[in-house]
Design a protein around this ligand. Structure first.
Ligand code: HEC
Length: 313
């Protein structure tokens, strides 16, 4: 009996020692991992660590968010006057600018906006292609006829088409967690869907001085947000304070500031609409369906109560 108790006690101590050993090993492993992460961060720190865009507030964020028409109109102006010189927007037609839930220009305004562009049409009776002013039914014309020309004009970079750019760009919210898992979890838990405009607006404001010793080839630019190019981007800073004139209020001053920050936000909002023109409608229908389901669930509850009340009696 005593031998048995001794054995049991010794077995107990054995397990406890082993437990301690295991804990020790686990702690060592965690510390080791942390140390190696630290080393990576340091290595990157010597060259380039991209800035993570800030989460901004947008009128169209969240389940009830909708676009701000005036902001979309300003954003269009920036696209028209600046971005459209290099970036195409192939899926968008001029007439879309009148759509409800968009910039909601009037038909007359859109006719005038379309006519500012020259589009290629034809062939004519002589078999030749010709240029004519744009019409509302035309798609937005491309600034470059092909990728090769675009590359040649942009120091080897190709300005991406803007039709879905706001949905195709994002950022990793963390720099310390495995990126893919972290991003998937983050957007799943928070339902946060405006990383695209956050990223675009941060990118447009991300032209800063490169860190000391950072090499930039001629024709290239440094951008602290441009993780994909390790800080080197072919797009020159497209915006400067005051380059685009904004509508004036009654006091003769612009309704919103004519600054790079404001321009960046407005054009990012516009590009979000371009990528998701039915957002307002989608959210409205979603809300209607939720209300319908609630009412239907309420009715079903009372019906059930009634039916089963009779069965009990
Ligand atoms: C002078 C030509 C030019 C103009 C004007 C221009 N871009 Fe670009 N843009 C480029 C080029 C070239 C690239 C590709 C950069 C690269 O891959 O290095 C690019 C890339 C981008 C990207 C994608 C970055 C990424 O993550 O891949 C965004 C977003 C963008 N531009 C937004 C804009 C906006 C908004 C405007 C107008 C305010 C604008 N650009 C005006 C040439 C231009």
């Amino acid at each position: 009996m005593t031998a048995m108790a001794k054995f049991l006690r010794s077995a107990g101590t054995e397990t406890r020692t082993m437990k301690r050993l295991r804990l020790g090993l686990a702690a060592a492993a965690v510390l080791g991992c942390a140390a190696s992460f630290g080393a990576v961060a340091q290595e990157e720190g010597a060259t380039f660590v991209p800035k993570i865009p800030e989460r901004q507030s947008w009128s169209f964020a969240g389940p009830f968010g909708i676009y701000d028409t005036a902001q979309l109109q300003r954003g269009y102006k920036i696209y028209r006057e600046i971005c459209s010189n290099c970036h195409s927007m192939e899926d968008m037609h001029f007439r879309n600018l009148t759509d409800p839930g968009g910039p909601e220009f009037t038909e007359g305004q859109v006719q005038a906006l379309a006519a500012e562009f020259k589009v290629t049409d034809g062939p004519d009776d002589n078999g030749k292609m010709f240029k004519r002013p744009g019409r509302p039914a035309d798609p937005f014309p491309k600034p470059f006829p092909n990728v090769q020309m675009a590359k040649l004009a942009n120091g080897g970079g190709v300005p991406p088409d803007m039709s879905v750019l706001a949905k195709a760009r994002s950022y990793e919210p963390y720099d310390w967690f495995p990126a893919d898992i972290g991003y998937a979890l983050w957007s799943m838990l928070t339902q946060y869907q405006t990383q695209g405009p956050d990223y675009i607006s941060a990118l447009l404001q991300g032209y800063t001085k490169p860190p000391a010793g950072f090499k930039i080839e001629p024709g290239q630019n440094f951008n602290e947000v441009f993780a994909a190019g390790n800080g080197i981007i072919a797009m020159p800073p497209p915006l400067q304070d005051g380059v685009v004139e904004y509508p004036k209020g009654p006091d003769g001053k612009p309704v919103v500031p004519e600054t790079v920050q404001q321009y960046s936000r407005d054009v990012a909002a516009f590009l979000m609409w371009v990528a998701e023109p039915k957002l307002d409608e989608r959210k409205r229908i979603g809300l209607e369906v939720m209300i319908f389901l609630l009412v239907a669930a309420g009715l079903a509850f009372f019906v059930k109560k009634k039916v089963w009340a009779e069965a009990h009696a």
